[in-house]
Design a protein around this ligand. Structure first.
Ligand code: NCD
Length: 308
């Protein structure tokens, strides 16, 4: 399978075979991600890191992935210290970084930014989140987590929280539709999954159910995928206050949960998951954050043509 020179913009362009291949490659990367094995697969390769929005895990796991494979990163750093502060366009920044690096990972507040960047880029663009749009590399690590900590075959999953603005859940549900997952959506009425995404999922053969509370779904699912209310995307802060703190998990919520139930969260959490839950068998969000490293190692090795 050839990923060399491909842009990674949205999950909608992935087939199940492509995803399975990335997940298998990620598994091979795990000993290197853990520092137990050394690799020089990407020696001499440079990843340009362009983040126009805050990030901890996505940026640092891409950087770790490059370093673990012997490559390097070139970070734009703060926007205020770059030429963007002088009014440079995204297209020009992409053109220039394309002559320094071998691939670019881009996070941007505007939906469609990664797709636009790919039109000007001579090197692969990896979308690390475009506004409320997509976050495909997060989805790949989410699928890897599900495969390792639960099961992808016959999966029942509840997506909880901000399904309107949450780009992680937008990307994830497109991928889940390829695995025939049964998807339950739980959100405040104001933050429901966009109708066009639900329609797309149904036309791809998925069954989608909507319920009002976590309690209604907890005993019917294998995975609860929690998300943060995306405060920064609300046009009106008062609207955020109305929905903040509505959907939460505590150890009380989990009292009668099956031991196989897994709780995931792309992080950062605000207060959707009480810290006491961290000690339960259900919590797997910190492992999920680690899995970002082997998955992004696999992606970089494939996109840069060091593996097929
Ligand atoms: C997510 C994002 O940026 O969309 N974080 C991440 O990449 N792990 C989720 C969020 O910010 O709520």
């Amino acid at each position: 399978m050839r990923f060399k020179d491909h842009h990674i913009i949205s999950m909608t362009s992935f087939s199940r075979d492509m995803i399975d291949h990335i997940l298998e490659t990620s598994e091979k990367m795990e000993p290197i991600a853990l520092g137990k094995q050394k690799s020089d697969l990407l020696t001499g390769k440079i990843l340009g890191v362009l983040f126009f929005e805050p990030s901890t895990r996505t940026r640092m796991s891409f950087e770790t992935a490059m370093y673990r494979l012997g490559g390097n990163v070139l970070n734009l750093g703060s926007i205020d210290a770059s030429s963007i502060a002088k009014g440079e366009t995204l297209a020009d920044t992409i053109r220039v970084v394309g002559s320094y690096a071998d691939a670019i990972v881009l996070r941007h507040p505007k939906e469609g930014a990664a797709c636009l960047a790919s039109e000007f880029s001579t090197i692969p663009i990896l979308n690390a989140g475009d506004g409320a749009g997509h976050h495909p590399t997060q989805t790949l690590l989410d699928l890897y987590t599900i495969k390792r900590e639960s099961h992808l075959e016959g999966l029942k999953i509840a997506l909880v929280g901000d399904l309107k603005y949450g780009r992680t859940v937008h990307s994830l549900c497109y991928a889940l539709s390829l695995y025939g997952a049964q998807i339950t959506m739980i959100s405040p009425e104001e933050l429901r999954m966009p109708e066009e995404i639900i329609n797309d999922l149904e036309s791809r053969g998925s069954t989608v159910t909507e319920v009002d509370s976590i309690e209604e779904a907890i005993n019917d699912v294998d995975v609860l995928y929690m998300t943060r209310i995306q405060k920064e995307r609300f046009p009106d802060p008062a609207e955020y206050q109305k929905v903040a703190n509505r959907l939460k998990i505590t150890t009380e919520t989990l009292k009668e949960a099956r031991s196989e139930l897994r709780i995931m969260h792309p992080l950062p959490r605000v207060n959707e998951i009480h810290p006491d839950v961290d000690e339960t068998v259900h919590a797997c969000y910190f492992k999920q954050a680690f899995y970002g490293v082997p998955v992004r190692m696999a992606l970089m090795a494939l996109v840069l043509g060091a593996m097929e």
